[in-house]
Ligand binder design. Structure first.
Ligand code: NAD
Ligand SMILES: O=C(O)C(=O)C[C@@H](O)[C@H](O)[C@H](O)COP(=O)(O)O
Ligand code: ZN
Length: 364
């Protein structure tokens, strides 16, 4: 991709939903009007506190185009993914007289787009929404695929809906203001895409890990586009996670338990990093994964500054939480492991001793 060009990645419609495009480039906000369309009269721009200026600028621009536009500011990060904040958004829509032809625009990281999509899925049983991801993680993963939702005290993303956006605008310029800690967190999902489907991603990160940590890195656009293609390909064939989509949950069974254990104060990507080291060890102990590929996990994740360990004394609590993971069926725990590089498979009901041994790899 050249500096000014726009890459368009198609996501196929499935199970009665419409296809849509993910645009990757710069200065993409001009595309919003076309996506919102002429039938909408009202637009709600849901954004986090950290992007108050951006949210207001988008609102003003849409108001200038004749829409009745409101900005709905929500808390930063996981504090937005609550029933209370969803109710606050519903109230704002109700007070604005939002109808089924009106449109929600979610501007922010994955937490904001998960919330905005959920509000869109539930308001009047479903209105159109557009995702404008502003983090690496949002661009490569959260904004694509239509998984929307909020957390509860009992666990991560336990309440939600499959409700794909009408379009995704991944404007790379947004990454310039992203704190490095959040930028790096998103690399966990980039590296996940590398292990489950596109090893070229791993080669690019390993070639220059320092560059991978910055928006100005030589391969930034390629890393983001390759990761989006992995996600778009998978969700195009399985919107509701009846089969292949489960591979996108690589590392997430333990990650979500860690996030809950930390009362959602850890960044999702940091937890996914630890979760992937655990899943790699589980794959190795289950006789599926070779030593070199398992070891490659810790090496590449550490090279960009992602964590590899979590508190050893927390294993019983984490195991308990993992039992209500969305991949579980009854009492059967299910994990995504690798049968080799880019060969994800489901491992069902591993022996508790093997699970404990795998946790030993990440236990600090
Ligand atoms: N729906 C899905 O398929 C899916 C996929 C992966 C992750 N997720 C979810 O995504 C969430 C994590 O998303 P995230 O990593 O983007 O974190 P985040 O949304 O919590 O954003 C991190 C922080 O950066 C701020 N921020 C966002 N963009 C910014 C910018 N351009 N400049 C400065 N600050 C900015 C946010 O306000 C927040 O404080 C988790 O809740 C996770 O469960 C969902
Ligand atoms: O899109 C998916 O499917 C994923 O699993 C992508 C994950 O990166 C993402 O964190 C997702 O929100 C996890 O979903 P959950 O169903 O396990 O809550
Ligand atoms: Zn994730």
């Amino acid at each position: 991709m050249t500096e000014q060009s726009v890459t368009r990645i198609q996501v196929a419609g499935s199970e009665g939903t419409a296809p849509y495009e993910v645009l990757v480039g710069r200065q993409l906000l001009g595309e919003l009007r076309g996506l919102i369309g002429d039938t909408a009269q009202r637009v709600a721009v849901i954004h986090p506190e950290a992007l108050a200026g951006t949210g207001e600028a988008i609102r003003e621009d849409l108001a200038g185009q004749g829409y009745e536009a409101i900005a709905v500011q929500v808390p930063n990060a996981e504090e937005a993914k609550t029933a209370e904040v969803a109710a606050y958004c519903w109230k704002a829509l109700g007070q604005t007289g939002f109808t089924r032809t009106d449109v929600i625009v979610g501007v922010g990281g994955g937490a904001t787009t998960d919330l905005a999509g959920f509000v869109a899925a539930t308001w009047l049983r479903g209105v159109r929404w557009i995702a404008v991801p502003t983090t690496v993680l949002g661009m490569v993963d959260a904004a694509v695929g239509g998984k929307t939702g909020i957390n509860t005290a009992e666990g991560k993303n336990l309440v939600g809906a499959f409700h794909p956006p009408a379009g995704v605008l991944a404007d790379l310029a947004a990454l310039d203001s992203l704190p490095v800690h959040d930028y790096v967190s998103g690399l966990a999902e980039v590296i996940k895409a590398g292990f489950i489907a596109d090893p070229v991603i791993l080669d690019l990160v390993e070639a220059d890990p320092a560059a991978a940590r910055t928006p100005t890195g030589k391969h930034t656009a390629e890393l983001i586009e390759r990761s989006i293609r992995v996600k778009a390909d998978v969700v195009s064939g399985d919107l509701k996670e009846s089969g292949r989509r489960e591979i996108l949950n690589y590392g997430h069974t333990l990650a979500h338990a860690i996030e809950k254990n930390e009362r959602y104060k850890w960044r999702h990507g940091a937890a996914v990093s630890v979760g992937m080291v655990f899943a790699a060890e589980l794959g190795r102990l289950a006789g599926r994964l070779d030593d070199a590929t398992a070891d490659r996990h810790s090496a590449v994740l550490a090279s960009v500054g992602l964590p590899l360990t979590y508190r050893g004394d927390q294993w019983p609590r984490l195991l308990e939480t993992m039992r209500v993971d969305k991949k579980s069926r009854g009492n059967l725990l299910r994990f995504i492991v690798l049968d080799g590089l880019a060969r994800p498979v489901v491992l069902e009901g591993p022996d508790p001793a093997v699970l404990l041994a795998a946790y030993g790899e990440v236990s600090a």
